[in-house]
Design a binder for this molecule. Structure first.
Ligand code: IPM
Ligand code: MN
Length: 331
C-alpha cells in the first residue's frame, strides 16, 4: 500500500530537517506518494497566502502530514505575531481533529516517558475577547474550554498508552487546587476511566510540582496526561531535560482516523542557523518514525526508533547526521 503523505517544509530550518527525515523514511523501503506544499511565513510575506481552503480539503484525503516548522523565516522579517502558527498549525490540529499531541522524552537512564497533551481545547480554543478595547477600562478575557467529550477521549487514549508500557503508570497533571472547574472535570473523568484500567497505576501532580519533578526526578514518570497549555509548557521542559529540543519529536494524532495525523519536531524555525546545515534533524527523524508507526509500518518505525536511540552518537552537519541514521536504518 502506498501512503499519501503531505509535506510542509515551512520556514527556517524546517525544509532542511525534513529532507533528512524523508531520507531516513526512504532508507526503510516504505513506499509513499509525496505532495509538497509551499506554506509558512515566507509564503505569507510573498503573496499573503496562509492556508487555502482547497489545500485543507486535499489534506483530508491524505494518510499523514509531515511538517518542518512555521514562523518568521529570517531574523528581522516579521509576519504579524502568531499569524502563521495559528493559521496553519493550530488550524490543522483543530480542523483535522488531531486531538492528541504525543511527545516522547527518552534519554535513558535519566528519563523515558511521554506526555499526552490534549490538542484541540483548553486555552487554545479561542474563547474570550475584549471589552472597552483601547480605553483605560479595557478588559481582556481568555477562557479555557474543557468538554467532557474532549477530556474523556484524551484521557482514554492516555490509559490505553499506559496499559501498553512496561511500567503501566499514568499521571494526570493539572492545577486542580486553583482551577477548580476544569481541574474537577479532568480529575473526575480520569477517575471514571481509571476504573476500566485496573492494571494501570495512577497518580496526580499539580503542574508546578511536576516542573520540579521533571528536572529533579524525571524517572517518576511513565505516561503523563495534561491539558493543552500545561502540555505546551511541560513539553518544552521535557525537551530541555531529555537532551535538548533538537531531540524532541511530536505526533499530532487523530486516533479516530477521520482525518490525517500530523508529525512535526517540537523545535521552531531557528532562522539564525537556517540554510547552514547546522540544525539537528533528529527530532524531525524521530517524528517521521512516529508517522511510520501510525501508518501501520511497525517494522520500519522500530528501525527508525532504534537508530535514534542514542542520538548523541551522531555528529556532523544536518545532512551528515541524516546520512548516518539512514545508513543505520539500512543495516
Ligand atoms: C508547539 C508550539 C505551538 C503551540 C505554537 C507554535 C502555536 O509551541 O507545538 O508546542 O503552542 O502549540
Ligand atoms: Mn510549544
Amino acid at each position: 500500500m502506498t501512503h499519501k503523505i503531505g509535506v510542509i517544509g515551512g520556514d527556517g530550518i524546517g525544509p532542511e530537517v525534513l529532507a533528512e527525515a524523508l531520507k531516513v523514511v526512504d532508507a526503510t523501503g516504505v513506499t509513499y506518494e509525496r505532495t509538497d506544499y509551499d506554506l509558512g511565513a515566507h509564503r505569507y510575506l510573498e503573496d499573503g497566502t496562509v492556508l487555502p481552503d482547497e489545500v485543507m480539503a486535499e489534506w483530508r484525503g491524505m494518510d499523514a502530514l509531515l511538517l518542518g516548522a512555521v514562523g518568521d523565516p529570517a531574523p528581522g522579517v516579521a509576519a504579524p505575531p502568531g499569524l502563521v502558527e495559528r493559521g496553519i498549525l493550530l488550524r490543522m490540529r483543530f480542523e483535522l481533529d488531531q486531538y492528541i499531541n504525543l511527545r516522547p522524552f527518552r534519554l535513558p537512564p535519566r528519563c523515558d516517558f511521554e506526555v499526552i497533551r490534549e490538542n484541540t481545547e483548553g486555552s487554545y480554543a479561542g474563547e474570550g475577547g475584549f471589552l472597552r478595547k483601547g480605553t483605560p477600562h479595557e478588559i481582556a478575557t481568555q477562557g479555557s474550554v474543557n468538554t467532557r467529550m474532549g477530556v474523556e477521549r484524551c484521557i482514554r487514549y492516555a490509559f490505553e498508552k499506559a496499559k501498553g508500557t512496561e511500567r503501566q503508570q499514568l499521571h494526570l497533571v493539572h492545577k486542580k487546587n486553583v482551577l477548580t472547574f476544569a481541574g474537577d472535570l479532568w480529575q473526575r473523568t480520569f477517575d471514571i476511566v481509571a476504573e476500566e484500567y485496573p492494571e494501570v497505576t495512577t497518580g496526580y501532580d499539580h503542574v508546578d510540582a511536576a516542573c520540579i519533578h521533571f528536572v529533579e526526578r524525571p524517572e517518576r514518570y511513565d505516561v503523563v496526561v495534561t491539558d493543552n497549555l500545561f502540555g505546551d509548557i511541560l513539553t518544552d521542559l521535557g525537551g530541555a531535560i531529555a537532551g535538548g529540543v533538537g531531540y524532541a519529536a511530536s505526533a499530532n494524532l487523530n486516533p479516530a482516523r477521520t482525518g490525517p495525523s500530523m508529525f512535526e519536531p517540537v523545535h521552531g524555525t531557528a532562522p539564525d542557523i537556517a540554510g547552514q546545515q547546522k540544525a539537528n534533524p533528529v527530532a524531525a527523524i524521530i517524528s517521521a518514525g512516529l508517522m511510520l508507526g501510525f501508518l501501520g509500518e511497525a517494522e520500519a518505525a522500530a528501525k527508525v526508533a532504534a537508530a535514534c536511540e542514542s542520538p548523541e552518537r551522531y555528529d556532523g552537519s544536518t545532512s551528515e547526521i541524516g546520512d548516518a541514521i539512514a545508513a543505520a536504518v539500512r543495516g
